[in-house]
Ligand binder design. Structure first.
Ligand code: NDP
Length: 243
């Protein structure tokens, strides 16, 4: 396999860490961003290196434009190219809209939406034919099945429109863009234990949470040459979440 480089935002823990490991197995060198957890980022990097691939950890706050630009710039400085960009870092504000603050609205918009736009804008300047943009949306981008998730659902829905638009922009250049929409996945953000997890599981056809590997498998496929004719799509990996 030829030398390829993937940048994964929020690659220190959870779904992003699982994606880093999977893409390293596929032969990618990996750059990953994190916000606070340097130890977790280094632990993921060690798993990448154990696959014989290179790893770079970048501390970059995804809620700032400077942080979004730094992720792309540091990756290019170290590896000289970006073949696959996985915009995964995200936040999950929970509560009825009347109880949210403007600060919470800005925070979720900046990390879940603006970061994806800025990182994409910066990365595509350097991406060649065969490049891949993969966004981690959510099953709640297509539906909001219970109260308290309006901000989150709105940001993940925004990724659908962005994906379709960018697919039109970049299709002629041979660069694909897709949004993966996970259902409940057992991570620090959404642990598969307790009463809330029981309620969420009741919405899922399989009756249980998915794993980070379930999402990483889809990302791995989308990043592969075999997925070259898939673009502008929202791909559910949600255990059959009901409408
Ligand atoms: P986690 O909370 O387990 O991990 C979040 C990751 O994002 C960490 O690597 C964290 O870095 C990083 N991160 C958080 N804030 C920032 C920031 N300001 N700047 C840069 N990086 C940041 O989340 P998940 O793995 O569960 O979620 C990953 C993505 O998947 C998110 O977009 C989420 O919305 C989406 N998703 C998750 C689902 C689930 O059920 N878990 C379901 C559907 C979608 P650090 O370690 O430094 O904090």
């Amino acid at each position: 396999m030829t030398h390829r480089v993937a940048l994964i935002t929020g690659g220190s823990r959870g779904i992003g860490a699982g994606i880093a490991e999977a893409l390293a197995k596929d032969g990618f060198d990996i750059a990953l961003t994190y916000a606070r957890n340097a130890d977790a980022a280094e632990a993921t990097a060690a798993k990448v290196r154990a696959q014989g691939r290179k790893a770079l950890c970048i501390q970059a706050d995804g809620t700032t434009v400077a942080g979004n630009q730094a992720g792309v710039a540091e990756t290019l400085k170290e590896f000289g190219r970006i073949d696959t960009l996985v915009c995964n870092a995200g936040t999950y504000p929970y509560g009825p809209i009347g109880e949210m603050s403007v600060e919470q609205i800005e925070h979720v918009l900046n990390l879940n939406v603006r970061a994806v736009m800025v990182e994409t804008m910066e990365a595509v300047k350097h991406m060649k034919e065969g490049g891949r943009l993969i966004f981690i949306g959510s099953a709640f981008g297509a539906r909001a099945p219970f109260p308290g998730i309006s901000l989150y659902a709105a940001t993940k829905a925004a990724l659908r429109g962005f994906t379709q638009g960018v697919a039109r922009d970049l299709g002629p250049k041979g660069i694909t863009v897709n949004v993966v929409e996970p259902g409940p996945i057992d991570t620090d953000m959404n642990p598969a234990t307790g009463d809330v997890a029981k309620l969420i599981s009741s919405f899922v056809a399989t009756g249980k949470y998915g794993t980070v590997q379930d999402i990483a498998s889809m990302v791995s496929f989308l990043a592969s040459p075999q997925a070259g004719y898939i673009t502008g799509a929202a791909l559910p990996v949600d255990g059959g979440l009901e409408a």
